[in-house]
Every structure is written in structure tokens, then in C-alpha cells.
Design a protein around this ligand. Structure first.
Ligand code: GLP
Length: 241
């Protein structure tokens, strides 16, 4: 695990965007694993700027997002599908049919989960996976648990995650209580992983991920067993290391 600490949130975003740009330059047909939340927004802004300058080309790339809330349609402003289009896809030249977000409105979630894993496998697996981290050490929506889950699955969100994500909704009772998420096994299958964390409220999760036990109670801790993980932090998120 390679850890880099930067002076500002903006620099974390710039550094992450540089890694994505390098990946796309090396392989324009890259399969990108993308994440939602506030943390990757500066990365997406930098990627849009690099695209506008003609330095990054997404025309042959594919993307797979980590997760989605159950019960929110593509048109819902709080859905991750909507977020990704608003924050990134609508501003770059990625093909419409090359972007994938698990469906929160599936009739049959079991089939949706199996189909999502099969699609990633058929695409050749994820080349570069972007991750944020929850305050309780969750990655995607893999909450603290007794075990690590392999593939895409449906989860119940913890109270702390619902409270943390409440800021995007009008009220706490509007935050969905379930989500569909790639499993830790699917995340670990990516060839390279880029974990971002910014702000003081991520400091404990980062300390536990980097220095604590490798345990499903801190799902991100398993990243230490992956051969190619880069962690980009601002000073606040790194303050307990
Ligand atoms: C949600 C997402 C995660 C994300 C986390 C932290 O739970 N499912 O992928 O890492 O929020 O979000 P933020 O970056 O807004 O703190």
C-alpha cells in the first residue's frame, strides 16, 4: 500500500486525476471502476478539465460504478446514476452505453447482482478502481460485518452511514435503508486500486485501515493485502497515522 499525503483536497483530486489520465493514456480501452460521495468530486472536476484540454480521451473506455441505493430511479437526484452523470459522464466523451451503475430499481436483485458481476468479468475486469471510504471504514456499501462478501449483493445500511449520507436528502427518513453494492471480492479483483480520503472525519477510518487489524469490521483494511493500492490523503485524513 503506497500512501501519499497532500496539502489540500484539490491536490488529492489532481493527483487522482493524473493516475486516471495515465491509465487511459496507457490503455484507452481501460475499464474504470468509479465511486460516488463528496470525496471523488475534485477528481472528476480535474478529469473534466483534462478532457477539455484534450489530454484525456474516454471514447473507448468503459466504467462500472460501485453501488446504488435500492428504490431510487435514474431520474432521482439522489441516485448514484444521476450523480455520476451530473458530476462526470455528461461532461466527457465516454459512450452512453459504456457506463454502468447497478440498478436500484431491479425487479429481481439476485439477477441484477449476478448480471453486474458477469458484465464486469466479460469486460475483462476493472483496470483502475477508485474508492472513497465511510467513517466506519466501509468501501462501496460494504458495511462492518462478520465477513467479507465476494460479489455484488444487497445490503442494509448502518445507522451511521444513513446519518452520514443524510446531507444529500431532504430528511433522514428519505435516505434509502438498502443498497446494491459490489462486494469486497469484486473490488479486490481490480488490477489497481486508488483509495481517496479527505477531512478529519475520515482520520480514524484511515488509521484503522492502514494500521489496525485486517478485519471485516473495517472493510477497507483488506486493501492491505492487495498488491497495487495507492492511498491519497489530505493532511486531516492522515492526521492519525
Ligand atoms: C457512500 C458511498 C461510498 C463512499 C462513502 C463516503 O457510503 N457508498 O462509496 O466512499 O459514501 O462518502 P463521502 O466521500 O461523501 O464521505
Amino acid at each position: 500500500m503506497e500512501i501519499k499525503v497532500f496539502d489540500s483536497v484539490q491536490k488529492v483530486g489532481q493527483a487522482a486525476a493524473m493516475i486516471f489520465a495515465a491509465q487511459l493514456m496507457k490503455n484507452p480501452r481501460s475499464v474504470l471502476g468509479l465511486a460516488t460521495g463528496s470525496t471523488p468530486i475534485p477528481t472528476y472536476q480535474q478529469l473534466i478539465a483534462l478532457y477539455q484540454e484534450g489530454l484525456v480521451d474516454f471514447s473507448q473506455a468503459q466504467s462500472y460504478n460501485l453501488d446504488e441505493y435500492c428504490g431510487l430511479s435514474h431520474e432521482h437526484v439522489c441516485s448514484y446514476y444521476y450523480f455520476m452523470h451530473e458530476q462526470l459522464f455528461d461532461h466527457i466523451n465516454i459512450a452512453k452505453d459504456a457506463v454502468h451503475v447497478p440498478s436500484g430499481m431491479a425487479q429481481d436483485f439476485d439477477a441484477e447482482c449476478k448480471g453486474y458481476d458477469a458484465a464486469i468479468a466479460k469486460a475483462g475486469g476493472v483496470d483502475l478502481q477508485l474508492l472513497g471510504i465511510g467513517r466506519n471504514g466501509h468501501i462501496a456499501f460494504n458495511e462492518p460485518d462478520a465477513c467479507f462478501t465476494h460479489g455484488t449483493h444487497v445490503v442494509s445500511l448502518t445507522k451511521s452511514t444513513i446519518q452520514a449520507n443524510r446531507r444529500f436528502f431532504d430528511s433522514e427518513d428519505q435516505v434509502p435503508t438498502r443498497a446494491i453494492t459490489m462486494g469486497v471480492g469484486s473490488i479486490m479483483a481490480a488490477r489497481q486500486i486508488l483509495l481517496l480520503a479527505t477531512g478529519e472525519d475520515k482520520a480514524e477510518a484511515i488509521r484503522d485501515t492502514v494500521k489496525g487489524d485486517i478485519t471485516p469490521q473495517v472493510q477497507a483494511s483488506i486493501l492491505r493485502t492487495h498488491p497495487n493500492v495507492v492511498v491519497l490523503l489530505d493532511r486531516e485524513a492522515a492526521s492519525l497515522l
